[in-house]
Structures are given as structure tokens and as C-alpha cells.
Write a protein that binds this ligand. Structure first.
Ligand SMILES: Nc1nc2c(c(=O)[nH]1)N[C@H]1C(S)=C(S)[C@@H](COP(=O)(O)OP(=O)(O)OC[C@H]3O[C@@H](n4cnc5c(=O)[nH]c(N)nc54)[C@H](O)[C@@H]3O)O[C@H]1N2
Ligand SMILES: Nc1nc2c(c(=O)[nH]1)N[C@H]1C(S)=C(S)[C@@H](COP(=O)(O)OP(=O)(O)OC[C@H]3O[C@@H](n4cnc5c(=O)[nH]c(N)nc54)[C@H](O)[C@@H]3O)O[C@H]1N2
Ligand code: SF4
Ligand SMILES: [Mo]
Length: 696
């Protein structure tokens, strides 16, 4: 045993952020532990982060570039991989234009600036991310409403916390790690939980609202109804800073009496009243809202109403409420990504851009438009793709269509750690470095006021960090980049006066936080006010006031389907061990949850003769998937809760069982089911039936 060297870095096995001390022995990471000095995680780490050594040194990890031929995958050099990819992309550009190449990533993986720069300099507007239904959609909706993303300010101890469709102790999403919520909660904050499923948080909540999945926008209007009727709003703030208040009040009174809200949401009137009162009368109060609210056709409107609640109660940019963090003075993602390099003419060609105007404004496309362009070549053909850190065959709606589309591409390059079912469809595999293998100014895309130093701890095989892959591929396509990854980081840091080497030693930077910034210059919207009546949506010809629109596939909107598909499927339950489709091959994690789980109310299970642990088919008009039954009386008997992300890495066939337990075989991506302005897909709520698997 040599001497163990301890190096500080930052995890990114989820959206990232936790400070890590990596123990390195003989050029190998032997252990990681939480860094108590981290301002984000205060020493905490979760199972996924702690298992990084099993990811990085996994026997199936691809450690060198590969090319697929008729005889299967074989090893090639980086030069050959990048030259081939550049040549194939150039052929497509010559023949069809750069818009015929899709550049895609999955959830935020901390290379947004490089990813977008690559796409912009390539000249393609067709950037495919998870943004249409995750985080960027939240950001886009808040930008048009109040100019920025208001984040629950746990640091200043909210007296009341509304956990709206979020489970941060398990998911640690985006800006905040669960530990910060927990610290605030333990100081005695009142807790309101809005969730269709009873769990750790709802059991501790002062009030738990067991909402019908997907109806949160109606519930939020119900909150407003109480707040308006009982005059619990901040009159001065509303008069000075809210645009469209009177029209909005009119709509709330006309369309959302509590009786109707109860019918829509299944939450009893008196409980809605109590919750609205508690939120509106406790100061300060913060709303923390999560991704299920975005993964429906109400994506944009729910967020707009939620921001309205923060504003009307005087909690917007107030300490302990929902605040706009001030970023440190590093270069912005938009600047790094050279968004001005994409000509107006190319922007015009963004797939679905005319229809999903707010999505287009956030510079992403909704995946359905990509699949249409590949399969039907409409409005023009898409022929090639570069997918980085994403497994859409498992993670995107209507997976069967995704599979067919990706298979049809003339050329696909992919960057991952493993040969996933999506990677198996590629022609070139570019092996990425994990977070242990990268230098990066991390978290620059987030709105929590920090940037963090993720420093390279080891190199493994021939893997490169994605940032370097973008740079080197880009240079081969005539793009302008820096010589090295670290040079690019230096440019990013330049306004702070720090070099990468200096920043690495400091570990993190925080912006100078100030509150009530609107008092100086208003909100960054066309009217400088919080726009409950949106001037931008109005200009685009959409309803300027927010509302609840019935879920496109629900017992209410599709009574004709109820006989065959009587249950509401809530599809996308996260578990602490897996990250979407990742980690099914990691022994420490798979051991904890070996099989996909579908939760069924005991009455419902009994009705179908299903017992605990049975394999069950879950079925929708688009397809079926099998998961193992877990009986749970903490859900409504009309609701089924299923895990997403399942494939079987242990299956040696090239498709790795991508279509066996993949809940996205069932989900819908039709244009009719989407959020009309964002293009958010209804990943989360649909109709299904269940039956025991006879063959198991
Ligand atoms: N039905 C349903 N579907 C859902 C959801 C749901 O709730 N319900 N949730 C949706 C949401 S919110 C999201 S964000 C998407 C996520 O969708 P994706 O991002 O497509 O899904 P992941 O499984 O996280 O992506 C996976 C791949 O990235 C690889 N990877 C991880 N880190 C890196 C890296 O640093 N570099 C590279 N090159 N590869 C890396 C992993 O090995 C893995 O194979 O899924 C969505 N899908
Ligand atoms: N371990 C782990 N962590 C993750 C991920 C993962 O796959 N695994 N994925 C990451 C990603 S990309 C994201 S976007 C975040 C998301 O993380 P969160 O925003 O926390 O979202 P979820 O965990 O999907 O759902 C949160 C809660 O909402 C409830 N819920 C489901 N449907 C509804 C609904 O219609 N209305 C209401 N009010 N509640 C509902 C669920 O029961 C759950 O308790 O997690 C991230 N963190
Ligand atoms: S919460 Fe995310 S960043 Fe923190 S240790 Fe877990 S995976 Fe890593
Ligand atoms: Mo996400």
C-alpha cells in the first residue's frame, strides 16, 4: 500500500454539487467521502456519489473510442474516431445543411456551455435536451413571468416550506441538496407537502395534500382563491409590482371556486383552505417545486401560478422566501456558448420553433420534432446525431418511436461510459471521463449563486472529459476553441481575476447576495412587473393568463378509455440508488433495488389478483412494460406509481432488454398531449391497465 493522497473535488453523479474528498492510492481512487467544508453539501454524500468508484472502474466501462462495423464494435484511436465523426458530419452538412444534425444531451451534466457552443458553431438550431420537461422549462416560464428563477431560500430559514411535487432528500435536484432543506426544516419550519404519494415527508408534514397527479395548476388556483377571498395577499406589493392582477382575480373567482378545485384535484376544500392560509400567513415562506409539475401539458402555467403565489404573498426575493441568487462574476453560459454565432436564418429552422415558441426561446427542441424529422423527413430530413450523456431509448416518451428514429439515422456518434441500449445504435462511441476525470468550473448554469471547482483526480484508460471531446471534435469541424480545457476555464473565470489554478485552490466562489432587487429596477419582464398577465404570451397569441388544462389522457378527458385503461399511471418514480437509466449495472446499487417496482394500492392489487412481489404488466395504448408489484396504501387506489429508467445491462444481447420494463414504452409524445408553448411531454400522467404476468 502506497500513501493515500486526499484531493478535493465535486460530485456529479446526479445534477451534482456535493463536495468530495477523493482518496487516491497509486493513481487509483480507492474511496470517496463527503467534504465537510462544502457550502452545498456540508459533508453529506448519497449512495450514487459514494458508488463512483464502482462506475469508474467497472469491468464493462468502455475505455477507448470504438467504431461499429458489420462484425460489431472494435477499438480505434481518438484520431480516427474524431476524424470519422467530423467527416460524416461534414458530408451531411454539405448535402442537407447543418440543421440535419441533432446535437443532444440528457439531464444537466455540467457541460452545457461546451455542448451549446458546439451546436451553435456547427450551425444547427436542433439542440435536444431534457429541457422541454425538466428545469429549463421551469426557468423559461419564470423568465417570462418574473425575469429569473426564484429558488427557495433555505439558508434564511423559511418559517413555512411548501414541498410541491418534490422530494429533495432523495433527488437532490438542481439548485439544492436535500440537506439544506432538512437543516431549515429542523429549525422548526411548518411543512406543507403536495404529493399523490405518502412518504417520509408527507408523514412529517403539518398538512399533506394528496393531489390527483397532474392537477397541480388547478390546486394552485385553489390556493389563490382562498388568498383572494380572505384578502391574505400583500396589497402593496400587488399594487406596485404585479401586472394583470385584476384580470387574474376575475379568472380565479370565475373558474376556480374551491368546490370545482376539489373535483379536479381530489383534495378536500377545507384542506386547500388550511394550506393556503398557512402558506400566506406565515412569513417568510418558500415554495420548492419539482419536476412532476413540468412533465405535463400544464408545465408553463403551473410555474406561472406558483410564481404568482410567491409574489402575491410578498415572498419574492425576500430572505427566507423565494429568491433570485446573484451569480459570481464568471462568464455566463450564453456568452461561452457563442449563441450569437447561430444566424437568424438557422434559428428560423429550429424544429417545432414556430409551434413551441417558449421552448425555442430557451433554444431547445422537443424530442418529438426530432423523431418526426428523422422518420418522416418533415419539415426537412435529419440524418445524423451526436448524443452526449443521454439514453433516450429508455428516458424519452414513446420509447418505441425513439428507437425507430435513432436506428434510421445515417450516422450517430455517442458519448457515454457504457454501451447502453442507445449507444448500441451508434456508429462511433466516444468514451467520456467521469467527474473524477475532469477539470471544470462546475455549476455555472445553476441559479444558486455558486461556482465550484471540480478538479481532475485521475485519468482512466483513454477516456476524455466531454468538454475536451467537444473542443477537439469542434476544431476538426473548423470551429474556434481554446487549446486546452484549462485555457477555456481560464477564459470563463477571467472576470473574477482568478486563474484556473488559483480557483482550484479556493474551491468555490459565491456571488454577493442581495435581496429585494426589484425595488431598484423592477423585474426583468416587458412591464418590469411580475406578469400574471404575460405580455409575451399575449404577443405570441396564447392565453396571457394562466389556467389549468385537463390532462390529455385522464378519466375526465378520455372517459372513452376508462373501461380498458382504468388507472392513472404516475410514471417516473425515482429511487435513491438509480439516476434515471443509470446504475443498473453498479453492484452496490443494484443490490439495494434489484428489480423495477410498480406500486399498487392493496385494494387495486386484490381486484386483479396481484400479490406483493408479483410481476405485473402495465399497459397503455402505446405499449407495455413489466415491473414487480409493491403494495402501498399511501397512494390512491385509482393511481399506479411506476419506476422509469429500466433496462438490463446484464443481458448480453445488444438491445439489453430496453423494451421489457421500460415505462416509456407506454408514455405519449403526441403533439396534442404537450404543453402548447413549451413542448413539454406528458411523461408523468397517463391512463393504464395492470394485469399479473402469467409467464413469470
Ligand atoms: N417516464 C418518465 N421518463 C422520464 C422521467 C420521468 O419522470 N418519467 N424523467 C425525465 C427527466 S426529468 C430527465 S432529466 C430525463 C433524463 O434523461 P437522460 O439524461 O437521457 O437519462 P439518463 O439515464 O440520466 O442518461 C444517461 C446516460 O448518461 C451517461 N452519463 C452520465 N454522466 C455522463 C457524463 O458525464 N458524460 C457522458 N458522456 N455520459 C454520461 C450515463 O452512463 C447514462 O447512460 O429522463 C426523463 N425521463
Ligand atoms: N436518485 C435520483 N435522483 C434524481 C434523479 C433520479 O433519477 N434518481 N433524477 C434527477 C432529475 S433529472 C430530476 S428532474 C429530479 C427531479 O426530482 P424531484 O423534482 O424531486 O421530482 P420526483 O422525485 O420525480 O418527484 C417528487 C415528488 O413528486 C411526487 N409527484 C409525482 N407526480 C406528482 C404530481 O402530479 N403532483 C404532485 N404534486 N406531486 C407529484 C412524487 O410522488 C415525488 O414524491 O431528480 C433528480 N435526482
Ligand atoms: S446528491 Fe448528487 S452530487 Fe451529492 S453525492 Fe449524491 S450523486 Fe453526488
Ligand atoms: Mo430531470
Amino acid at each position: 500500500m502506497g500513501e493515500v493522497m486526499k484531493m478535493k473535488t465535486v460530485c456529479r453523479s446526479c445534477h451534482g454539487g456535493c463536495g468530495v474528498i477523493a482518496h487516491v492510492n497509486g493513481g487509483k481512487v480507492v474511496k470517496v467521502e463527503g467534504d465537510p467544508d462544502s457550502p452545498i453539501s456540508h459533508g453529506a454524500m448519497c449512495t450514487k456519489g459514494l458508488a463512483i468508484t464502482q462506475v469508474a472502474y467497472h469491468p464493462d466501462r468502455v475505455l477507448h473510442p470504438m467504431k461499429k462495423t458489420d462484425k460489431g464494435w472494435h477499438r480505434i484511436s481518438w484520431d480516427e474516431a474524431l476524424d470519422t465523426t467530423a467527416a460524416r458530419f461534414s458530408e451531411v452538412i454539405d448535402k442537407y445543411g447543418p440543421e440535419a444534425i441533432i446535437v443532444g444531451q440528457g439531464t444537466g451534466r455540467d457541460y452545457e456551455s461546451h455542448f451549446s457552443r458546439f451546436g451553435n458553431l456547427l450551425g444547427t438550431p436542433n439542440i435536444l435536451t431534457a429541457g422541454h420537461m425538466c428545469y429549463l422549462s421551469r426557468t423559461g416560464a419564470t423568465l417570462i413571468t418574473c425575469g429569473n428563477l426564484p429558488v427557495c431560500d433555505y439558508e434564511n430559514n423559511p418559517e413555512c416550506i411548501v414541498m410541491w411535487a418534490v422530494n429533495p432528500l432523495w433527488t437532490n435536484p438542481d439548485e439544492y441538496k436535500g440537506v439544506n432543506f432538512w437543516r431549515a426544516y429542523e429549525k422548526g419550519a411548518k411543512l406543507i407537502v403536495i404529493d399523490p404519494r405518502k412518504d417520509f415527508l408527507s408523514k412529517r408534514a403539518d398538512l399533506w395534500l394528496q393531489v390527483r397527479p397532474g392537477t397541480d395548476a388547478a390546486l394552485a388556483m385553489g390556493f389563490f382563491n382562498v388568498i383572494i377571498e380572505e384578502e391574505l395577499y400583500d396589497r402593496d406589493f400587488v399594487l406596485a409590482h404585479v401586472h394583470g392582477w385584476d384580470a387574474f382575480v376575475e379568472r380565479v373567482k370565475m373558474d376556480y371556486p374551491l368546490k370545482r378545485v376539489e373535483e379536479i384535484t381530489w383534495v378536500q376544500q377545507d384542506l386547500i383552505r388550511k394550506a393556503a392560509r398557512l402558506y400566506a400567513t406565515t412569513k417568510p415562506a418558500g415554495i420548492h417545486w419539482g419536476v412532476p409539475t413540468e412533465q405535463t401539458n400544464n408545465c408553463t402555467d403551473f410555474t406561472r401560478i406558483a410564481v404568482g403565489l410567491m409574489a402575491a404573498t410578498g415572498n419574492l426575493d425576500a430572505p427566507g422566501g423565494n429568491v433570485f441568487h446573484v451569480p459570481p462574476p464568471v462568464r455566463k453560459v450564453s456568452e461561452f456558448s457563442a449563441h450569437k454565432a447561430l444566424s437568424a436564418e438557422q434559428q428560423q429552422k429550429r424544429l417545432g420553433g414556430e409551434q413551441y415558441k417558449l421552448g425555442a426561446r430557451m433554444t431547445f427542441i422537443t424530442p418529438k420534432c426530432a423523431w418526426d424529422a428523422i422518420l418522416a423527413e418533415k419539415p426537412y430530413p435529419v440524418k445524423a446525431g451526436y448524443l452526449v450523456g443521454t439514453n433516450p431509448v429508455v428516458s424519452r416518451a414513446n420509447a418505441g418511436e425513439v428507437y425507430r428514429a435513432l436506428k434510421k439515422l445515417d450516422f450517430l456518434a455517442i458519448s457515454d461510459f457504457f454501451l447502453t441500449p442507445t449507444a448500441e445504435l451508434a456508429d462511433i462511441f466516444l468514451p467520456a471521463g467521469t467527474w473524477l476525470e475532469q477539470n471544470h468550473v462546475s455549476e455555472n448554469w445553476k441559479r444558486h449563486g455558486y461556482v465550484l471547482a471540480r478538479q481532475k483526480v485521475v485519468e482512466i484508460g483513454e477516456c476524455w472529459q466531454d468538454h475536451k471531446i467537444f473542443m477537439e471534435l469542434g476544431k476538426r469541424m473548423g470551429q474556434q476553441w481554446w487549446d486546452t480545457v484549462e485555457d477555456a476555464l481560464g477564459w470563463l473565470l477571467e472576470p473574477t481575476g482568478l486563474t484556473w489554478e488559483q480557483f482550484k485552490k479556493i474551491g468555490y466562489l459565491r456571488g454577493d447576495m442581495r435581496y429585494y432587487k426589484y425595488k431598484e429596477r423592477g423585474f426583468s419582464t416587458p412591464t418590469r412587473k411580475v406578469e400574471l398577465h404575460s405580455s409575451i404570451l399575449d404577443k405570441w397569441g396564447f392565453d396571457p393568463l394562466p389556467k389549468y388544462t385537463e390532462i390529455p389522457e385522464s378519466p375526465v378527458s378520455r372517459p372513452d378509455m376508462v373501461e380498458k385503461y382504468p388507472y392513472i399511471l404516475n410514471a417516473g418514480f425515482r429511487t435513491p440508488t438509480f439516476f434515471h437509466s443509470a446504475n443498473r449495472n453498479i453492484p452496490w446499487l443494484r443490490e439495494i433495488r434489484p428489480d423495477p417496482i410498480v406500486e399498487i394500492h392493496p385494494e387495486t392489487a386484490a381486484h386483479h389478483g396481484i400479490e406483493e412481489g408479483d410481476w405485473v404488466w402495465i399497459e397503455s395504448p402505446r405499449g407495455r412494460a413489466k415491473e414487480r408489484a409493491k403494495l402501498n396504501d399511501g397512494i390512491d387506489p385509482r393511481v399506479i406509481v411506476a419506476e422509469h429508467g429500466w433496462w438490463y445491462p446484464e443481458m448480453n444481447s445488444p438491445d439489453h432488454g430496453w423494451d421489457i420494463s421500460n415505462i416509456n414504452m407506454l408514455t405519449d409524445n403526441s403533439h396534442e398531449s404537450m404543453d402548447p408553448v413549451m413542448g413539454a411531454t406528458n411523461l408523468r400522467v397517463l391512463l393504464c391497465n395492470i394485469s399479473p404476468c402469467e409467464d413469470e
